[in-house]
Design a binder for this molecule. Sequence first.
Ligand code: NAD
Length: 489
Amino acid sequence: MTTQYPQIRQYIGGQWQDGSGTGRTSVLNPATGQPLTELRHVSPGQLDQALDALSESAPPWRRTAPAERSRILRRAADLLRDRAERVARTLVLEQGKPLAEARAEILVSADILDWYAEEGRRAYGRVVPGEYGTRLSVIPEPIGPVAAFTPWNFPATSSVRKLGGALAAGCPIVLKASEETPGTAVGLFAALEDAGLPGGVANLVLGDPAEISAHVLGSPVIRKVSLTGSIAVGRHLARLAADHDQITTMELGGNAPVLVFPDVDVVAVAEALARAKFRNAGQVCNVPSRFFVHESIAEEFSSQLVRFADSLKVGDGLAEGTEMGPLANVRRRDAVAALVDDAVKGGAEVLAGGRPLDGPGFFHAPTVLAGVRDDQDVFRDEVFGPVVPLTTFRDLDEAVDRANDSPYGLGSFVFTASLDAATRASDALQAGMVGVNTTVLSRAETPFGGVKASGHGQESGTEGLDAYLVRKVVLQHPPITWDSTKGTA
Ligand code: NAD
């Protein structure tokens, strides 16, 4: 299959339109550093069109039967599967991950749409027992128009988590996808359109992020804001949302600790953790990032990690055999290199990699650092790159205390065969999710989200649908009469 980058346009009110704003963004291929296209920014007038489209489509979409909404989402999921190869290649061109990872991301995105399609038909309310003759009902209703913001690291899955939840719940949505990965978003919206989604119910805008969020969140039309991105942008959007009482869901990244106990199969666990860490060149918010390894197995564990890191084939995500691609942008490559340099100056030892790779594109070698201190930036900050910082521990309580000494609280991991250690650690870790003997924290069926600075609210699972619903309480009594013996008034 040839790999052609798609035309990038805005999708507003059911029409594909060129951005009519003054700004331009060059979309780059991170494997070569070369431009793929120039994105023309959305204009303020087009943002108003999108807001009008949301206002107009909110009542009819809310009245559309959940079964019909479900059919449209399922058709979109099927179309995405049919087009997986083409959309995956677009994803690789603009984001860099290996083709096999991009294919998996598109197929998982289709599964997430299917999950929401099913779950939207089960947005049950409840009837609360009251006095005889009364009906006390709790009835879910769509929250209203949604503004969603998604990043470049998982442009498909992060977008369908928001699109699927909002649309299944009966909410229209405007999505600002990342300007660095707009082609994947165009592929998703084309699938929704071709599946029969009425025009105006889902809108795609691309341009200057700060201008778009200020404009869109400045409108009282928007009732819900959902972001996947950095802590700084999350706080900024939460402040904007407060002015119009918009409810927020914030998925703001993590710096997940992983505790590896001495009773594990060292070779197998080291390889599983290395695979997870170097996936998407480490630009994943919910993978093991701070490695706490029991001191009795640290040497063997680190040598297995190094063996894996050194053997990884790094290259263009579309090239045969590539196991790790470039960083998605030059910012990330430079930030990762600076964190590694700082760690080394502070006494960490480079066991593998340790530097950006020469040549075009934004590549950084798979890196393993030993002897990292807890107070170093490479351990405290979200590195978001292919770097494993290793430290050792002696006992569970000490490891948990050090793991919890972080502003982040998205994912956390424990590897052990001991039921007692697994239970104690998962009870004590301050995180939205704990993986016990697994590196996978995200599934369509289970809620995904963090605590502390990692954000609030959850996506996927029943909670992911609930994030787009409000509960109206109806307290219904018999008609009031003057005869007080007949009933309650
Ligand atoms: P960033 O915060 O600048 O950008 C993340 C996303 O937010 C992008 O899509 C961007 O377009 C958007 N954005 C930026 N400013 C905005 C604004 N004022 N209004 C609305 N949207 C805005 O982050 P970055 O430089 O791309 O990455 C920096 C760090 O962010 C990473 O190191 C990582 O820690 C974190 N991050 C987390 C995730 C995640 O999955 N939670 C994803 C991407 C980045």
